[in-house]
Design a protein around this ligand. Structure first.
Ligand SMILES: *[C@@H]1O[C@H](CO)[C@@H](O)[C@H](O)[C@H]1NC(C)=O
Ligand SMILES: *[C@@H]1O[C@H](CO)[C@@H](O)[C@H](O)[C@H]1NC(C)=O
Ligand SMILES: *[C@@H]1O[C@H](CO)[C@@H](O)[C@H](O)[C@H]1NC(C)=O
Ligand SMILES: *[C@@H]1O[C@H](CO)[C@@H](O)[C@H](O)[C@H]1NC(C)=O
Ligand SMILES: *[C@@H]1O[C@H](CO)[C@@H](O)[C@H](O)[C@H]1NC(C)=O
Ligand SMILES: *[C@@H]1O[C@H](CO)[C@@H](O)[C@H](O)[C@H]1NC(C)=O
Ligand SMILES: *[C@@H]1O[C@H](CO)[C@@H](O)[C@H](O)[C@H]1NC(C)=O
Ligand SMILES: *[C@@H]1O[C@H](CO)[C@@H](O)[C@H](O)[C@H]1NC(C)=O
Ligand SMILES: *[C@@H]1O[C@H](CO)[C@@H](O)[C@H](O)[C@H]1NC(C)=O
Length: 566
């Protein structure tokens, strides 16, 4: 699962170095780059903070076959600013596919507010992603990949009839699913032809070995691993502590993905457990909007409306689109606004509550007949190629291919009983189709997930996370055991604890990284901002009563959220 950009869900860096004009595996020359080499230089790119460095580490392409070649892992670093340096903290922002290097080079000082100035902040682009080489490049260019999916179900999402139980709805969705399956198969065959065996070396097990390898390069053979992973990054963290329990220093996972589902349950069955809080977040969006009223929320019509009134208006709009899509001639890429696309937009908004005032504005415009902003938002795609599938499919144990009817019947159950965004998420979180994945990675960690840790890890879940529910945080704790992990609950909506700032969560993080101090069992942190700031309850107000230290921390959390969520 991803930390989203507020509108679309996935996000990604786009500058791929060493891009060639056709899709192909471009191997790193092992005669020029030697395993163990670590190189730093100045960064290029926007918003780089003074003192940040960019570079790479050369690692074995395959940890089980030294003749397979090498990989260059792109790194960003922001050094410890305190006199006493304690080591490095690695960060992962989710995805798979989120921008790793810039977490250090753009957000390094803000991250130090949370983990402490004694740590170097290390960002990295995981295998197959961003500037790390070899890159996942199945298609000739991002544009070629976009052209492949344009206006297919993988682009516009599924259109679900207002009456989910309508037999024609089932028939229509099965037909759509047949397209989806052929599209997965086709794009993975493209990938097999252009990248071949090069695709085997992506995946979370390998990423964990990279982090271990680079920690030793940076901090010495005995240095323990420190890591903070958000969303999909919580999978890296869970692999890490269970693959290498003795290497664990301080590990935080935040916005928890259920590792057993991720590795061993076919993705079309995930929504049943992953989306258990999604519709409650949607209802909260609408009720906060109603409470904020027309002056703050463009979807509210009068001061005395209920959330239910606003929700009904939005649902009515989405349902109308099912029967008659809206022409959108003025979008950057002109097209049509379908119910599937409107749901993709809404799901993107649920990820990031601070986007709600703006999302309400975009919704109000579309309801009034102008879908420009909404179509532009859903057309902003962050993944440039199949880098996400390269991670999720390599991670996934083989499974029996479901028939289109099996997928749709599972999804129709979820639409009716779990969340009206179930089929939306199949597209916004593109992990499906792995039955067609053409390669097997050298290593695929599938548990067990209950290793005993000398240094317990910290698990953070929000009460209302639309993509990685509290339930998964509790499961991770239960599997790891009370002596090896502690769960911190943040009482608020959105995806990961960064969705809304919380001084309490910041203090817990700081104490944990300082000396391993865990919050008391059952600790619940409140958030210090609301999605629709009002005069009597604003972030500004909270800030004004804070000491400057707390204000700095809140400011850092706001900037960090913006850097990651867009
Ligand atoms: C990197 O930046 C620093 C400070 O701006 C500058 O002094 C130095 O010459 C740069 N190094 C390289 C290799 O460009
Ligand atoms: C960061 O620290 C390393 C030593 O750990 C040092 O070699 C490097 O020059 C430092 N970078 C900057 C920009 O000061
Ligand atoms: C190791 O990699 C080399 C080069 O790709 C390959 O020829 C060889 O078969 C691999 N060995 C194993 C045991 O997979
Ligand atoms: C809500 O307020 C409007 C005026 O702003 C009024 O016309 C309407 O009757 C009120 N509705 C209810 C249910 O109170
Ligand atoms: C598109 O833009 C044109 C020119 O600005 C305007 O006349 C028209 O109303 C717009 N159409 C829609 C559907 O927004
Ligand atoms: C850990 O999980 C494995 C696999 O589920 C199980 O066989 C084993 O008994 C568990 N170990 C402990 C200590 O609970
Ligand atoms: C872990 O702690 C919780 C809360 O104190 C308790 O309910 C649960 O039984 C404990 N689990 C184990 C396996 O001891
Ligand atoms: C650990 O660090 C926190 C935050 O700096 C501090 O409040 C606490 O007293 C420390 N605890 C121990 C046992 O050193
Ligand atoms: C501010 O708003 C949040 C969310 O709506 C709420 O939980 C909190 O209690 C409010 N705080 C105050 C001081 O009113």
């Amino acid at each position: 699962m991803t930390v989203g950009t507020g509108m679309g869900t996935s996000l990604l860096i786009s500058v791929l170095l060493f891009q060639c004009t056709f899709g192909a595996l471009v191997p790193v020359d092992p005669t020029k780059f030697k395993v163990g080499e670590l190189k730093w230089s100045n960064c290029t790119g926007e918003d780089v903070v003074p003192g940040a460095e960019c570079g790479y580490a050369v690692v074995p392409l395959d940890y089980f076959n030294s003749s397979a070649g090498v990989a260059k892992i792109a790194l960003g670093r922001f050094n410890a600013t305190a006199a006493t340096r304690k080591g490095s903290v690695f960060l992962n922002p989710g995805g798979p596919g989120g921008p790793g290097v810039s977490l250090a080079t753009v957000s390094g000082p803000d991250l130090q507010q949370l983990v402490g100035e004694e740590y170097d902040i290390i960002g990295f682009d995981p295998r197959g992603i961003g500037q790390t080489e070899p890159a996942t490049q199945c298609f000739a260019s991002p544009e070629a990949r976009q052209a492949f999916i344009a206006n297919t179900v993988l682009d516009r999402g599924y259109d679900v009839a207002p009456d989910v139980q309508d037999p024609f709805n089932r028939y229509h969705l099965i037909q759509t699913q047949r397209d989806a399956d052929a599209l997965y198969q086709s794009q993975f065959q493209v990938c097999a032809q252009t990248m071949g065996d090069g695709l085997r070396y992506m995946g979370t097990s390998t990423v964990v070995r990279d982090i271990d390898f680079i920690t030793k390069l940076l901090d010495g053979e005995d240095a323990l691993i420190n890591f903070w992973g958000l969303s999909y990054g919580s999978a890296i963290g869970q692999y890490m502590v269970n693959m290498m329990p003795d290497r664990v220093g301080h590990i935080v996972i935040d916005g928890i993905l259920d590792a057993i589902s991720w590795t061993s349950v076919p993705s079309y069955k995930w929504e049943r457990t992953f989306l258990v809080n999604t519709d409650d977040v949607y209802k909260l969006f609408m009720s906060e909007c109603a409470q904020a009223g027309p002056s703050q929320c463009a979807l509210a019509k009068s001061a005395n409306e209920t959330g239910q009134d606003v929700l009904a208006r939005v649902e009515n709009f989405v349902n109308q689109l099912y029967w008659s899509p809206l022409a959108v001639p003025n979008a950057t890429a002109p097209g049509i606004l379908t119910s599937g696309r409107a749901r993709l937009f809404l799901m993107g908004a649920l990820i990031s509550p601070t986007s709600w005032p703006q999302a309400a504005e975009v919704l109000a415009q579309a309801i009034a007949g102008d879908g420009t902003a909404m179509l532009d938002a859903v057309n902003t795609k962050d993944l440039v190629d199949l880098e996400r599938s390269a991670v999720s499919c390599n991670d996934h144990a083989p499974f029996k291919a479901p028939t289109p009817a099996e997928v749709i019947d599972e999804q129709l159950y979820d639409q009716a009983h779990v969340s009206r965004f179930s089929l939306t998420v199949v597209v916004s979180e593109p992990d499906a189709g792995c039955q067609f994945w053409p390669v097997t990675p050298p290593e695929r960690f599938l548990g067990p997930w209950n290793q005993t840790l000398k240094n317990p890890m910290l698990i953070i879940s929000n009460t209302l996370d639309p993509a990685t529910p509290l339930r998964s945080g509790r499961l991770a704790l239960e599997r790891q055991g009370n002596d090896s992990a502690r769960l911190l609950v943040q009482n608020g909506p959105g995806h990961t604890s960064l969705a809304l700032p919380s001084l309490c969560t910041a203090q817990v993080l700081r104490a944990y990284f300082a000396n391993g101090t865990l919050p008391a069992e059952g600790t619940v942190c409140e958030v210090d901002a609301s999605p629709f700031p009002t005069e009597t309850n604003t972030t500004a107000k909270v800030l004004s009563i804070d000491t400057s230290g707390r204000q700095n921390t809140l400011d850092s959390m706001h900037r960090l959220r913006k850097a990651i969520f867009g």
